[in-house]
Ligand binder design. Structure first.
Ligand code: ZN
Ligand code: ZN
Length: 366
């Protein structure tokens, strides 16, 4: 559906009053009283509407295995209007991801992997020679409109014998390019106490709720000092659920210790989309509702919080005159079993289901 149409009888998460949203020429033309918007009517009585969901950590380069997928499979078909590829590509293939972005419906940005080979191999930082600093700087200059940060995966199976060295190089590339880092954490070495102090304000710490041995909480579920210090410095916390990086026990400890919720992202790719435990953005969001976060907090974590990290406030609001990027969803009652990356189960009383998206003014059911 393109042209002029009305999303009729929808409501915002912070206000039960129904409204109409009129879309014209790709933009939000009017936000008005329910029943009064003019144009082709798409009646979504009682359905929630938010600005389009943003997934800050996905793998959207289909040519790589296992960490790859088709852009629209993990974007608009999931109710997500904007995805950020988390370093699938390094400088060698960033041009290809730039080109596929132009063919997709979903809006896309990318973190550039500091390893020029990207996720062509899953030990992309095991050989320091694969970090070609000049090539990184050149790629950033050429693809400024796509690249929003640099990605470094700092865990044992990725860095092997390189230890913490790739993170020091990433840090220097960050200052050379004036781009923040997204740092993936996981099993050590390097030890987490050695990794976290190198993160600065605006850097993204992804997989912060992982349940591996080298995680951010001590044996009693208390956040480590390096972690709370990093939060104080303004390090951004990103879920990056993935196949192996989200633990209910850790998430419960984080909630108990009032660790803030910045962005909820999926780390989705073919394998964990089809076989779980990710499946979809809605499924991941349902886990946070289960944890006791309010619907408003959960939706903010994929709208306003993500948009403000991206420094694109227009992606996180519903405002007349803006390009129309919206997500429609419901909260359904009834028991649902949710599974984390450790295979641990929880039974939730509610789950989020997507109904449709408007991406750059075009409507799709989902
Ligand atoms: Zn990762
Ligand atoms: Zn990832």
């Amino acid at each position: 559906m393109k042209g002029q149409f009305v999303l009729r009888n929808v409501k915002r998460v912070n206000n039960e009053k129904k409204i109409d949203i009129v879309i014209r020429d790709g933009k939000i033309a009017e936000v008005t009283k329910a029943g009064s918007g003019r144009g082709y009517v798409l009646d979504h009585s009682g359905v929630y509407v938010s600005s389009g969901w943003i997934d800050l950590h996905v793998h959207a380069f289909p040519h790589f295995d296992p960490y790859g997928d088709e852009i629209d499979e993990i974007g608009v078909k999931q109710g997500v209007t904007t995805i950020v590829d988390a370093g699938s590509c390094g400088a060698d293939r960033i041009a290809d991801i730039g080109a596929s972005r132009n063919r997709a419906k979903t809006n896309m940005f990318a973190f550039l992997n500091i390893s020029r080979i990207g996720l062509k191999r899953v030990d992309e930082l095991s050989n320091i020679e694969w970090i070609d600093k000049e090539k990184v700087v050149r790629a950033v200059n050429e693809y400024r409109d796509v690249i929003v940060g640099l990605k470094a995966r700092i865990s044992k199976s990725v860095v092997c014998d390189s230890g913490i060295e790739p993170l020091h190089i990433a840090r220097s590339l960050s200052s050379k390019t004036s781009l923040p880092l997204m740092v993936h954490i996981g099993s050590g070495p390097p030890n987490i106490e050695e990794v976290i102090p190198l993160l600065e304000n605006k850097d993204v710490l992804t997989h912060y709720l992982n349940g591996k041995e080298n995680n951010l909480f001590n044996g009693h579920g208390k956040p480590l000092k390096v972690f709370t210090d990093a939060i104080e410095r303004g390090v951004h916390l990103d879920v990056g659920h993935g196949t192996a990086s989200f633990s209910f026990k850790v998430a419960e400890a984080a909630k108990q210790h009032c660790i803030g919720l910045d962005t909820i992202s999926t780390d989705i790719y073919r394998g964990n989309r089809i076989n779980g435990p990710v499946y979809s953005m809605a499924n991941v969001l349902s886990k946070f509702l289960y944890l006791g976060y309010s619907l408003e907090d959960v939706i903010e974590a994929v709208t306003i919080n993500a948009a403000s990290w991206l420094e694109k406030p227009e992606l996180g609001r519903i405002k007349v005159g803006d390009v129309a990027n919206l997500t429609l969803f419901t909260v359904k009652g009834g028991p649902t079993t949710l599974v984390d990356s450790e295979g641990e189960k929880r039974v939730a009383e509610r789950r989020i289901e997507t109904k449709g998206v408007v991406v750059n003014g075009e409507f799709f059911e989902c």
